[in-house]
Design a protein around this ligand. Sequence first.
Ligand SMILES: Nc1nc2c(c(=O)[nH]1)N=C([C@H](O)[C@H](O)COP(=O)(O)OP(=O)(O)OP(=O)(O)O)CN2
Length: 367
Amino acid sequence: MNRTVFYFATTQFEGARQLVQLPNTHPASRLHGHSFQTVVVTPVNTQWENRIGMQMNTLMTALHTAVEPLNYADLNRQLPMPSDAHLAHWLNTRLALPNATLFVNSTPQQGAELTANHVVILKRRYQFEAAHYLPQVPNGHPCGRMHGHRFGVILRICALELNVVTHSEQCNQLDALWQTLSIELHHQCLNHVPGLENPTSEHLCQWIWQRLTSACPALFGVAVIETATAGCHYDGQQFCIWKDQRFESARQLCVAPAGDGHQQLQGHSYLLRLHLCAPLDTVLGWTVDYGEVKALFQPIYAQLDHHLLNELPQLTDTDVGSLVTWISARATNTQPELVAVELQQQPGCGAICCVGESLPPFLMLDH
Ligand SMILES: Nc1nc2c(c(=O)[nH]1)N=C([C@H](O)[C@H](O)COP(=O)(O)OP(=O)(O)OP(=O)(O)O)CN2
């Protein structure tokens, strides 16, 4: 099976900006500040050939260097229109990494993504609190009991043009559309909402998509974050779920440059995210049970958690790229629906092993 490894790194910066192109009634037209989060994702770069095993660290350093002029700075001095999308373009030029994808979030609720094909995607994040149960699950399944969540919802739209006024209008329209849906969902029992009698994450994504798509043709994707460890994406055709697990492990990096501290024994709290695409089971209303994803992964998890990773059979080295490839190769044997395995060695930084050659469009490495 053809797999491609991408590396990703995240950093924050504190910046002040004024979006003077917006009407002066808009609060963002006044000088204000944000703690920005930025993420870069890139396939292996040929310039890194002498950095084998250190690709993630190299990317982290490149991102820190690129962001430096923006940190504790007046962003309008660096670029005339420092919107999230323009910042993503600016950083992409500074990084000069082939086929990179950039995410810039000015708040946890809003941001922009610049894809490797130079498409700008705008993101808004909302939440609602609701009760539900899943009526079709087998007897004894915990989700068959009435329970509830604070659901997160991420709506992504394609930007119509690279213009801060248009982006603001598109986002305002999305906020207004979400407001009407929120009234139907927030503080409700989802099973009583018409169309959500079996309120799985997948059905919720589909319901939201169907309710928004005609009023918002630029809609690109809907993600429902059901719990802290699981959620689903839908793009009008395909469902992709994710399930997170954490493991605590030690390692030594054999190929680290001589004298480099990475050769020492060290430990990490890893976050592993499994991404699976599958059609809907028409009875259960889901793709694959989150619980089953975790259960099927258990034999691999048992080899990773509270172990010295250097002892794993057939693992060439313990850099995050080799590790995620090792995990992906083994997990696909029991879970053929796996399309990507994401491994964070530290928050927001790691590697992702994807089936095929490109980054799946539903991947949001910034949420
Ligand atoms: N594909 C789907 N699988 C499951 C759904 C769903 O909507 N789609 N829903 C549930 C449950 O409603 C549940 O709330 C979430 O399940 P799970 O991730 O298994 O929950 P846990 O909190 O127990 O998981 P941890 O691994 O302990 O974090 C089940 N499956």
